[in-house]
Design a binder for this molecule. Sequence first.
Ligand SMILES: [Zn+2]
Length: 284
Amino acid sequence: MKKHLSLFLFIFHSIASAASMKITPIDQHLWLLQGEGGNIVLAAGSNEALLVDSGLYEESANLRATLTELGVANCRWIINTHFHYDHTGGNAFPGATVIATPALRQRLSVPQILWRQQFPAQPESTWPQMSVDERLTLYLGKNEPVEIIAIPGGHTDSDALVFFPHAGVIAVGDIYFAGMYPIVHPEHGGDLLHMIERLKQALALLPANGKVVPGHGPLATRAELADWIAMIEFSLEHVRWARTAGLTLAQLQQSPLPKPLMPYQHGYRTPAQWWETVWKALPQ
Ligand SMILES: [Zn+2]
């Protein structure tokens, strides 16, 4: 009997963990959903639901199961923060209309290279049906505006952010890796110097007690985002100083890590890779 019970619990646990993502409530009607891909935000309005990003294709079924678990029967809109496959893989969500920048639709429709890996053009079912050139406001209900703002040129040329003014919450995609070093994709139209301007634009929208959903990493406060911007600006200043002092990139990479950079070592990039990103972002 005991054996049967543990087998049952094992199967139950396997099904449960396969069916749901990590769910973090952000506000009364907003949730952060985390699987193996980029962060996803679910906004359940009084009339309909919206997703910011759709995660990995492989987790499409998990995403639907997670919405069901939260009592959300369907999803009217999906807004993509940028084209990378870990943010757009679940776009072919039944009944949902995808909204993104024009560059995102273009990027999904042709083959792409990411991390030296070739990706074929994505199926048409994942492409956005609506595009936002600059700014668009949707209403999830009578008084529930959602602002979509195109911010191309930071992480990639297809970037957008989503702002929930009533909740004081902003989802910024991969221009922010909370607690980690930034990742910029010049091969996809990204630029670190532009990214700082975009981050400041996001910061300016947020109230003092506002919350930030990064593309990867945990939910952050406005102060944490401000610290992150300061870390990037410190890094740029440090590289300028190193060049004036006659240091090469290799010498900078081998020198002790300055204190402001220490808390961000646990992400996808090493300090040496971060120095290289900063070095290449500044004019030679
Ligand atoms: Zn990305």
